[in-house]
Design a protein around this ligand. Structure first.
Ligand SMILES: N[C@@H](CCC(=O)N[C@@H](CS)C(=O)NCC(=O)O)C(=O)O
Length: 209
């Protein structure tokens, strides 16, 4: 399988999940800043993914799968014993879907595009930060009783949450009021598969503690 990714974006999440699931991905970097957007091989990315955004996953049958939540579930389902995704039909599976959907539609889309485009204006950015603070407060309270979003064990939802909340420094979202969230990020950042995915995508990785 091949993952089309861009550095410091949400394409980190499926890469973490693949690593945690023991799946080795072929990688191709997309230059999102170029016009038109190009693959590392020089092909217009729109020819591959008409949506124009990452992540996109070329499956072994040649078809393309897009949307981070779909990739997360697809990759995690390849390794049912990994604990990354609860089994179909279980209540925990719906809890995972609840988190993935929340991260995708609320948290992710509050950070991006609003905090990635200064030209959208300070008023819009402050509104996005206020909304993000509400969501981080909710996660902070959840982590009071749980190590991870689904409970005791790291899941696909944590890979996605880590990726998105990891944009906080760059987007000037203050994590000081959310010490459990900050600790959660530190714990996930220390996972060897997470560090390997970040390195492979050209991201800075903190020195091991
Ligand atoms: N709905 C898509 C959104 C993915 C998305 O927002 N990708 C960003 C990077 S994090 C991107 O490629 N942005 C460029 C663009 O939107 O044109 C998903 O959930 O996978």
């Amino acid at each position: 399988m091949k993952l089309y990714y861009a550095t410091n974006t949400c394409s980190l999440s499926p890469h973490i999940i693949a690593n945690e699931a023991g799946i080795v991905l072929e990688l191709e970097r997309i230059d999102l800043a170029a016009t038109p957007r190009l693959t590392a091989g020089g092909q217009p990315f729109a020819e591959i993914n008409p949506k124009g955004y990452v992540p996109a996953l070329r499956l072994d049958d040649g078809s393309l799968l897009t949307e981070g939540v779909a990739l997360a579930l697809y990759l995690a389902d390849q390794a049912p014993d990994s604990g990354l995704v609860p089994a179909e039909g279980t209540p925990e599976r719906y809890r995972l879907l609840e988190w993935l959907t929340f991260i995708s539609s609320e948290l992710h889309k509050a950070y991006s595009p609003w905090l990635f485009h200064p030209e959208l204006g300070e008023t819009a950015q402050q509104a996005a930060r206020a909304k993000i603070a509400v969501w981080l407060g909710l996660i902070e309270r959840h982590l009071h009783a749980h190590d991870y979003l689904l409970g005791a064990r790291f899941s696909a939802a944590d890979a996605y949450a880590f990726t998105v909340i990891g944009w906080s420094k760059f987007t000037r979202v203050d994590l000081a009021p959310f010490p459990r969230v900050a600790d959660y990020l530190r714990r996930i950042a220390a996972r060897p598969h997470v560090r390997a995915a970040m390195r492979a995508q050209g991201m800075a990785v903190a020195a091991a503690a």
